[in-house]
Write a protein that binds this ligand. Sequence first.
Ligand code: SAJ
Length: 448
Amino acid sequence: MRNKHNSPEVLELTQPGKDLARKISDRSARVGVIGLGYVGLPLVVEMAKAGFQVTGVDIERTKVDSINAGISFVPDVPSKTLFSLVTAEKIKATQSLAALESLDTISICVPTPLRKTKDPDLSYIIAAIEAVRNHLRPGQLLILESTTYPGTTEELVLPTLEKSGLKVGKDFFLAYSPERVDPGNRTYNTPNIPKVMGGVTPHCTKLATLLYQQFIERIVPVSSTRSAEMVKLLENTFRSVNIALANEMALLCHNLGINVWEVMDAAKTKPFGFMAFYPGPGLGGHCIPVDPYYLTWKARMNGFNPRLIELAGEINSQMPAFMISRIASALNEHEKSLKGSKILALGVAYKRETNDIRESPALEVLRGLHDKGALVYYSDPYVPSVVLNGKSAKSVNLSPEIIRSMDCVVILTDHSTFNSPMIATHSSLILDSRNMLRDFQGPNILRL
Ligand code: SAJ
């Protein structure tokens, strides 16, 4: 940042900021996290490991009790680590919002889902920010991490907090820093994923950067909260659009009688200028199918028509229907109708090696098959049971007999624990939407 004399601007912090900077540096700052899920809990642990006294706040009693017992419910956080930090009294969880008053910094990691109408649901952020406002005092630093549209921090969060009469950048400090947690990623986790940081004022950016650099290797300051909010949406919209391209390539390759998986893997050998994405039964999870709608909603509110982003969403959301039509055609080739056929789905989680079924396209495929009269079964080692069309369905244990009894096996999630040789050998008809059986050939094996 340069002032009019073109010399580096020296950021003279106000007293509350100076006190906070000292407390962060000497670890006497009392830090807190609202929202103890797959983003918030790893953040709590890293802050505690850096030497801070950490308070976790969540509305769910079960989460609070589990954390205080040192039992982790987030696969990426080992209970052993959590237990030792709780025992050392570095971590304490509570449902009480009154705890916010004693905190010097508060990171907010609450969900940002969509409403049924596909527009943003900021109710969790609003509830958290109103709680913060009710306990706001001079010297506090607030960092919003939840994925949201550009403008949320300055148009919604800031006015709510300044209703307290305190002034941002002088009395309290506010920044936006997108979470980038990739659940199950063995290589990248909270400390080594670069953290983008955008403050409402330069002082806010400076203080938020000072806090996070105590436990994250690299902070990437940007000029505003809007930039920081947009970075996250670009990252996830990039994935959605490229997955849509992979899906459209799958539809086109099927039409042309070309193996899209072979094409994608061969294209991937290009050492520059290409990044492989793969087709699948559709987009799942609570991020990639959701985040682009936060961006398109904001764009439309500003009279901008985000054609490419919306078209990508349409292509991705058509994939479950395409899967059902492929299954119907494959059965038809065996003189069988969809109605009355026994169909076994392998995998219902939204992606491999997870038990998360949120927005899972596999469930949409199963529901569609059921609605057309098929007798639907599923097997997923990570998901013991699901509710399908109002009834509870249990995961079946795979065996050659079970597989041979099916008219069609559909691979929807390519968990590594599936026994591919057994599946390839004993299935009379397979539709593989994940190329899990890439090493097997045969007239019984069809691919997306
Ligand atoms: N998918 C495809 N083809 C692909 C990649 C993914 O069909 O080539 C599907 C997956 O099967 C899944 C969905 O897209 O149903 C989303 O998959 P994902 O790999 O994007 O994983 P998420 O949603 O669990 O997490 C993503 C993070 N993933 C990666 O960067 C690899 C990351 O973008 C964010 O940290 C996270 O969303 C988030 O929290 O925003």
